[in-house]
Write a protein that binds this ligand. Structure first.
Ligand code: XIL
Length: 374
């Protein structure tokens, strides 16, 4: 770390958002046109809650396709202050054709949350994945900017006032985050250059002035140079958005925790403190445990999960309370981890706070205690 408490490597990061590209460079005027920076962000749900009193809200991502499972619904009702549609608001799913939108799956999740008196959030406007074919074919900057504006006006505009926050950009930091190319190569970067990031923040701020605006990313919690670079790149993007006069309210740390890795607690604490100095909140947005490298069966997996989640919470809370802690699902019965990162020998993963039979894991107690006591 440097003396001012920031991750190493920051000075190597170039002026990310101002970099010249085929799409032109960032200008303050183009970004602020029509934008409002007002912000409310108070909790929106008013109904009486069956859930425990917590200083920090707990939430989870919900999947519309499992809503027929009554035990699944009951788990969310009992434990979540906040829910979000896991996939249903991703670009290609909600906006599969240029003039066709499919809101029914997202509505199913969000209407249930409202009926349960839970807050909700949106995920995600800009992402490299779930890009529909029509959008993948867009290369001309004007067409890309029109597609972004139309998408935000229609999708963010539709839910305006109902979502406490939006992941405006998701995973825009390049996987390795080399200093000379810190941003991920996406359809947006190719068509618009780095200015797609401020464009998206400005557009979402206009379409839903109340929603908190979040930059969401992964691999921000571990020990090592690559993680230092990723933290530094996130801080640099935040600074550049602020220098351009744009509103950003929070950074989301996804928190997909590789159980064999080590959390860099001091670096995470410094990252949170640096964000706080910039007036930016921290939230945990996609917590789960990837235990593919943990042999020995369920007890060993759960012990490893409790260790890594404990260290993670230590680092996250070191700079103050996060705005929320959100898990990427609730039950091991439904998780992406076994599809994306399975055990080589077929051992089932145990990524989420409740097992496949809806029983809480030891690490859920850790979460509950932390969120209650702050
Ligand atoms: C995952 C979902 O969990 C899966 O159901 C889907 O098939 C693919 O996407 N980072 C993110 C999430 O930001 O949107 C991803 O969600 C997991 C990694």
């Amino acid at each position: 770390m440097t003396e001012d408490g920031e991750p190493r490597g920051r000075r190597e990061v170039p002026a990310i958002l101002a970099a010249k590209t085929s799409g032109g460079s960032l200008t303050r005027r183009s970004l602020l046109a029509g934008g409002t920076l007002a912000l409310a962000g108070m909790p929106m749900a008013q109904a009486a809650s069956p859930r425990p009193a917590r200083r920090v809200p707990f939430g989870a991502a919900m999947q519309a396709e499992h809503l027929g499972d009554a035990r699944y619904r009951a788990l969310f009702r009992a434990h979540c202050d906040l829910v979000l549609p896991m996939n249903e608001l991703k670009f290609g799913l909600v906006h599969p054709e240029p003039e066709r939108f499919d809101f029914a799956p997202a509505d199913a999740v969000l209407d249930l949350a409202r009926a349960e008196g839970q807050d909700a959030r949106g995920h995600a406007v800009i992402w490299w994945n779930e890009v529909p074919p029509w959008l993948a074919a867009v290369t001309e900057p004007g067409a890309a900017e029109r597609a972004l504006r139309q998408h935000v006006e229609t999708v963010v505009g539709r839910y305006a006032g109902r979502l406490a926050s939006w992941d405006v950009v998701n995973e825009v930091v390049a996987h390795e985050a080399p200093p000379d190319a810190p941003l991920r190569d996406t359809v947006w970067l190719r068509a618009l250059g780095p200015r797609h990031i401020p464009l998206a923040f400005a557009a979402v701020a206009t379409a839903d002035p109340q929603a908190k605006l979040v930059l969401n990313d992964y691999d921000l919690e571990f020990e090592g140079d690559r993680y230092d670079r990723r933290r530094a790149t996130v801080l640099e993007i935040v600074r550049q958005l602020q220098e351009a006069g744009l509103r950003i309210d929070a950074v989301g740390i996804q928190g997909h925790l590789y159980a064999e890795k080590r959390i860099d607690i001091p670096a995470l604490a410094a990252f949170g403190a640096a964000l706080r100095r910039l007036g930016i909140a921290l939230m945990v947005t996609e917590l789960d445990v990837i235990d593919w490298r943990i042999p020995g069966g369920a007890a060993a997996q759960d012990a490893a999960a409790a260790r890594i989640v404990g260290d993670f919470l230590e680092g996250v809370f070191a700079a103050g309370r996060p705005a929320a802690v959100i898990a990427w699902g609730l039950t091991d019965r439904y998780s992406w981890v076994d599809d994306a990162m399975p055990h080589a020998d077929g051992t089932p993963s145990r990524p989420l706070p409740f097992d496949a039979d809806y029983r809480p894991k030891p690490w859920f107690d850790l979460i509950e205690r932390r969120l209650r006591d702050g």
